[in-house]
Design a binder for this molecule. Structure first.
Ligand code: NI
Length: 400
């Protein structure tokens, strides 16, 4: 296998212009979550032109490709890329700037998708050199709950053949291009949406005693919710409660009927996640009732925490070190962002790693989800080969 490493490096470098062209097409033509119809068509056409058979229409806009080596039934490994974009107006001045008003690949899913196609190209030319099957998963709607991962799993993406592990990657603007970041165990948090409607009784601002002021209730509520984290959460298990939206009232002299609050709950423990939801509901309703009002709390379930199997991740780190050199491997802290790769990693051991895309010398360092996010496209000479190498290592790993 060692002898394939140089060959993979070379293939990745040779294929880079083609992979960059794919990335730029995706970047210029972004589509929102669950609406990736042209994106799905483009992915399928690109893969078919490369000689692959594509299973299309899984969870509407998802697709799957199998690459079979020798002895294809021996083992299957899944690789996943997400394909959707965000409702952001791009502010980069680049030739391949988004052509769609208000929609942008600001989270690098164009990079993940083109990189996975690049990995497919490499693995396809090495088919005689590995045993087993590689399942490539192009997943829609990572950015919007309930997400595309759970829908694809329900439609059987982890069966026939059933992968034993899954790998995924995400661009990471904190790390310079060429470096890759790993976390063993939890890498990202669960994400739940909080929608709180405080109901009072409207009235004249000059006669507050005749009204029930939902603005005052909401104010107490926002402060009280801070104790979920500061007093109720186990300090060694991170949790975030952020109220990010407050809407109520129209003028200076009318107490409104109701106030709407919205925010997010993020945790890393499923047990605490359920307990925190109960506390948020109970606290909100009790405060509102204690002040003479009412409160309706709707918590829309988001993604679970993303857990990197420590043993698989250990092997992945070793393989990445051998491919990129030890100086290019970083251990990164978990973050409270969310990611629906979590659902795959709940079903089978998963490893989700972070790929450096920053290059300060050419001004590429904006964070994901910003209008100026971009990547150093050198990453597309690195990431496809790295994933191919990690895949070959996993296929060769003898665990059954
Ligand atoms: Ni993303």
């Amino acid at each position: 296998m060692e002898h394939l490493k140089e060959r993979i490096h070379q293939l990745a470098i040779n294929n880079q212009p083609q992979v960059v062209a794919i990335r730029r097409h995706l970047h210029a033509n972004p589509e929102l979550s669950f609406e990736e119809f042209n994106t799905a068509k483009f992915i399928a056409k690109t893969l078919k032109d490369l000689g692959f058979t594509v299973q299309e229409g899984i969870a509407n806009t998802g697709s799957v490709v199998l690459i079979q080596g020798k002895n294809p039934l021996k083992k299957t490994i899944a690789l996943r890329a997400d394909i959707d974009a965000l409702p952001i107006q791009e502010q980069n001045n680049i030739a391949y700037k988004s052509k769609v008003d208000g929609v942008m690949h600001a989270c690098g899913h164009d990079v993940h998708t083109s990189s996975l196609i690049g990995t497919a190209m490499i693995l396809n030319s090495l088919k005689d050199h590995f045993e087993g099957t590689v399942k490539l998963i192009f997943q829609p709607a990572e950015e919007k709950a309930p997400g595309g991962a759970i829908a694809m799993i329900k439609e059987g993406v982890l069966e026939n053949p059933a992968p034993s592990i899954i790998l995924g990657q995400h661009v990471y603007p904190i790390l310079p291009v060429g470096k890759v970041g790993f976390t063993k165990g939890t890498i990202m948090a669960s994400t739940d949406e909080l929608h709180i409607t405080v109901k009072g009784k409207g009235g004249h601002a000059a006669s507050p005693h005749l009204a029930v002021d939902p603005i005052l209730i909401a104010s107490h509520l926002i402060v009280a919710l801070q104790q979920i984290v500061s007093r109720n959460t186990d300090p060694i298990k991170p949790c975030v409660v952020s109220i990010c939206q407050i809407k109520g009232g129209d003028t200076t002299n009318v107490i409104p009927e109701e106030v709407y609050l919205a925010g997010t709950l993020r945790t890393i423990s499923e047990d605490w996640r359920e307990e925190a939801k109960k506390r948020i509901i109970h606290l909100s309703q009790s405060i509102a009732e204690g002040m003479g009002g009412q409160c309706e709390v709707i918590i829309k379930g988001g993604y679970p925490a993303t857990y990197n199997d420590p043993i698989l991740t250990g092997r992945t780190i070793e393989a990445a070190r051998s491919y990129l050199g030890k100086d290019n491997i970083e251990y990164v802290d978990m973050s409270m962002a969310g990611e629906d790769f979590a659902y795959f990693a709940q079903q089978i051991p998963g490893c989700f790693y972070l790929i450096g895309v920053q290059n300060n010398s050419i001004g590429i360092n904006s964070f994901v989800h910003t209008p100026t996010f971009n990547v150093d496209e050198k990453v597309l000479a690195i990431a496809p080969g790295l994933m191919a190498w990690l895949t070959l290592n996993e296929l060769a790993y003898n665990n059954n």
